[in-house]
Ligand binder design. Structure first.
Ligand code: ZN
Length: 299
């Protein structure tokens, strides 16, 4: 059984770091991810360089990496300006999202949800007119630090909204890490129903240490695509105390132990996270890359 992982370390992982990672280092990391078997990598976001300086080199990064047929290199955009920049940079796959939380929407995009929906549809259309496939996301789908619980029906309505708008894929994000496995499984079963033939992925943050438990719940519900970040690095500049995604190598290890296939090389992934931790001069939240440092063997 195959599971598709999308590596988000370059974008979600790096976006809040104070140390700027040089372009050539990012390029080298992307190549190592491809070598480890990743078929989807979100490498940048086209956002305002003043708000997220780490992503200021998005165009240069896409130019360096070039168009590839063996791996999908994606980017995140928040507005029309971002879509236009992505078109000009030759990006072939974009992540565009709405927040299920009105308050988070206002903080993240300075738009009400109603306004964001209109904007979203225009951006999606613009991207698709330029032959870019769009993964339509729902942020804060399982809870919001400002609003607390999010009504599941509201999330299902947004899934339908995305599908009706012509999205190529759907992604649900536990941006705050508040989801619990039972809640997630119940909602994802319904989401998969509403999404029909559209691929559905989960973007899980490990803020409350429930990330991998939620992977299991997602698998049980039938989800086969997950976002991860090397070493579990990351956060969100607009969410208080947000932490990283589930760690790529920890997720791969869990999936392999349970008999799923990912096509990924755990040792190569762990070794990359070791090097990234060394480069950033700080330990990353992930567990496996530390365990896989010599001489301990776990696989
Ligand atoms: Zn995220």
């Amino acid at each position: 059984m195959n599971i598709l992982l999308e590596e988000q370390g370059l974008r979600d992982g790096l976006q809040t770091l104070p140390t700027l990672v040089p372009l050539e280092i990012k390029v080298a990391w992307v190549h190592r991810l491809i070598e480890a078997g990743l078929k989807r990598i979100q490498v940048a976001s086209f956002v305002h360089p003043r708000l997220v300086p780490q992503m200021a080199d998005a165009e240069a990064l896409f130019a360096q990496l070039g168009r590839r047929s063996d791996v999908v290199l994606s980017a995140l955009v928040l507005n029309q300006k971002g879509v236009v920049r992505a078109i000009d940079a030759g990006v072939q796959h974009l992540a565009i999202s709405l927040s299920a939380s009105e308050t988070h929407s206002l903080k993240n995009t300075r738009m009400t949800l109603a306004a964001a929906k209109v904007d979203f549809r225009e951006n999606l259309r613009l991207a698709q007119q330029h032959h870019i496939t769009v993964r339509a996301g729902i942020q804060c789908a399982f809870g919001c630090r400002y609003e607390g619980q999010i009504d599941p029906q509201h999330v299902l309505d947004l899934v339908k909204h995305h599908a009706d708008a012509g999205a190529n894929e759907i992604a649900l994000a536990d941006s705050t890490g508040m989801a619990n496995p039972r809640q997630l499984k119940t909602l994802m079963e319904q989401v998969l129903d509403v999404a029909g033939d559209l691929p559905v992925s989960l973007h899980l943050h490990n803020t409350e240490n429930k990330g991998l438990a939620n992977v299991y719940a997602g698998l049980e519900a039938g989800v086969r695509q997950f976002d991860t970040a090397f070493g579990g690095l990351g956060g969100c500049p607009f969410i208080k105390n947000a932490t990283g995604n589930i760690a790529t190598e920890d997720t791969v290890h869990l999936l392999h132990q349970m008999g799923y296939e990912t096509g990924l090389d755990l040792k190569k992934l762990a070794s990359l996270s070791q090097d990234i931790a060394q480069f950033l001069e700080m330990p990353l939240p992930g567990a496996l890359y530390k365990l896989m440092q010599e001489p301990i063997q776990v696989c």
